[in-house]
Design a protein around this ligand. Structure first.
Ligand code: FAD
Ligand code: NAP
Length: 487
């Protein structure tokens, strides 16, 4: 393999990039390189090291189907264990040598004459593969709010995905902005350390009890030794989680028992009626990601924690001022404010056939055939692309399905002796029209909340609107009639 002209470039080494690399190896294909901007592999599980970071889909399901791990220590493994699993898996399948770290891709441009992509790194290096698989993830660019005076703050400030482990929070006056999936995991830990914690909440999340426990050694031994035990357990988790999609996608009224459980959780863990009222959402459950936690509400009830619901008006050198005029002196601000999602894709420098910029292709909204391929962009494949995210199950399942789709496209090219493949515009139209009809009546649009699932026009460009087995059944094998091959 020539390092600069591999047949395939994969961008990213999270679950998506890693899974793609492994499946290529398993297909006995070795002419590829993985370009990763970080210094290590794992994506989400490399970057997010905040205290309490863990998955919220049970680990036996939140892992590769071809690499079951009978040794998960807990139902919801902590971040270091997930990162180690990914490292081990990369080594086992021999893909580490294919990964080039510190390699941030700046642009990808299709060369019509050569029928190859020019993939350019920030250091100017150019790779010229026949195909590009983008596994860049949706949650890796930290989003900071645009608050007046932010830059004047003289204390320590950092984002949850860029945790400052050198800063000792012990005895400090800490402000946390945001109450999403990340914040609810680190707030209980920070509350125990800090002198005071002020939590700035814009919208309360719905939170259910987390069925988390350590997995006893004999059970782990059984998963390792009894044939089929780990797979049967995974299947039981899969179907339990799939049941949640019914309420989210068919009729939100079917989620009433979920909402009752969440209300019971608040009432059981918080006694103060004022705090109860503050943390009780006023939108339909499922509209934002439903969170799981056993220690978040007890942390909010601690005497050193205050939940502030008035909006932030201004940040000063040593304080945060709210719209209702209260001023909080703080030493540190932690931004638990999430990631840039839908706008990140539109900002990319990707140029397809005939000089078509991705922004032009997305002029009427981000639309990608089966979240994977785009007309005008030959041999470009996206993993966990638009509308393949989930609110109810493991996205690793979706990623693996898309990887099968990519492999079947590559096989089509090979079998037909073609140079390139791209989806037909009419296939994209029909796929998207059907999907958006379903999305319009789903809880994410109808549930009365704002979320990062929706773009600036309120259109859901993020989630898959149905069961994951529907996506698997319709997507894992590319349909030849939906694609154009060029020779
Ligand atoms: C804290 C946290 C917890 C989560 N927990 C769950 C969970 O429990 N269940 C669930 O289903 N989902 C969860 N998610 C969502 C999670 O992002 C996905 O499950 C999954 O990890 C996505 O994998 P990925 O490979 O698509 O993306 P990522 O893991 O984000 O990997 C993308 C990789 O691409 C690299 N990259 C990006 N741009 C470039 C570039 N231009 N050049 C080179 N490299 C680039 C990045 O550095 C990164 O390594 C969680 C997300 C977060 C942030
Ligand atoms: N496995 C897990 O447990 C886990 C852990 C972390 C992350 N994740 C994944 O990663 C995604 C992102 O999670 P995240 O918690 O990092 O981000 P997030 O869910 O987008 O939450 C961001 C939080 O910041 C708040 N916020 C944003 N701007 C604000 C402002 N200007 N003022 C006040 N508050 C502001 C948001 O309030 P609003 O709600 O009002 O917008 C929200 O509470 C999740 O949806 C999930 O998919 C999963």
């Amino acid at each position: 393999m020539s390092e600069r002209a591999p047949a395939i470039v994969i961008i990213g080494s999270g679950f998506a990039g890693l899974g793609m690399a492994i499946q290529l190896k398993k297909a006995n294909f070795h002419d590829f390189v993985v370009l990763e901007k970080s210094k290590g592999l794992g994506g989400t599980w490399h970057d997010n090291t905040y205290p309490g970071c863990a998955c919220d889909v049970p680990s036996h399901m939140y892992s590769f189907s071809f690499e079951l791990n009978p040794h998960w220590s807990r139902m919801f493994a902590p971040q270091p264990e997930i990162r180690d699993y990914m490292e081990r898996t990369a080594d086992k399948y021999g893909v580490r040598d294919h990964i080039r770290f510190d390699s941030a891709v700046e642009s990808a441009e299709y060369d019509d004459a050569a029928k190859r992509w020019n993939v350019t790194l920030s250091d100017g290096t150019v790779f010229t593969p026949k195909a590009v698989v983008s596994g860049i993830g949706a949650l890796h660019i930290p989003s900071f709010p645009d608050l007046p005076g932010m830059e004047t703050f003289q204390g320590t400030a950092f984002h949850s995905a860029e945790w400052n482990h050198d800063y000792d929070l012990t005895g400090k006056r800490v402000a946390v902005i945001g109450t999403g999936a990340s914040a609810i995991q680190f707030v209980p830990r920070v509350a125990k350390q800090a002198a005071s914690l002020t939590l700035f909440q814009r919208t309360p999340p719905w939170i259910q009890p987390k069925p988390d426990r350590s997995i006893p050694a004999p059970v782990r031994a059984a998963f390792a030794k009894v044939p089929g035990a780990a797979r049967a357990f995974r299947a039981s988790i899969y179907w339990t989680l799939e049941a949640r999609a019914v309420g989210f996608t068919i009729d939100p009224r079917l989620s009433v028992p979920m909402e009752k459980l969440a209300r019971w959780h608040i009432n059981r863990q918080i006694k103060d009626p004022e705090l109860r009222a503050k943390v009780t959402p006023d939108y339909t459950i499922g509209c934002k990601r439903v969170l799981l936690s056993n220690d978040y509400y007890p942390a909010l009830a601690r005497p050193n924690v205050e939940v502030e619901t008035s909006s932030i008006a201004e940040i000063r050198e040593h304080s945060i001022v709210t719209e209702d005029g209260r001023e909080y002196e703080v030493d540190c601000i932690i931004y638990g404010t999430g990631f840039k999602v839908t706008d990140a894709l539109a900002e990319q420098r990707i140029v397809g056939r005939d000089g078509l910029k991705i922004q032009e292709a997305f002029a009427n909204g981000i639309e990608v055939y089966r979240g994977t391929t785009i007309p005008g962009f030959p041999n470009l494949f996206m993993l966990l692309g638009p509308n393949t995210g989930l609110g109810h199950n493991s996205v690793v399942f979706m990623i693996e399905t898309q990887i099968q789709h990519v492999l079947s496209c590559l096989r089509l090219i090979q079998d037909k002796g073609a140079d390139a493949i791209e989806p037909k515009p009419e296939a994209l139209r029909s796929f998207n029209d059907k999907m958006h009809r379903r999305l319009r009546r789903a809880v994410w649009s109808e549930g009365g909340c704002q979320s990062w699932y929706l773009d600036e026009n309120g259109v859901n460009r993020t989630l898959w609107p149905g069961h994951t087995f529907e996506f698997w059944a319709s997507t894992r094998k590319a349909k030849e009639e939906d694609y154009t091959l060029s020779y």
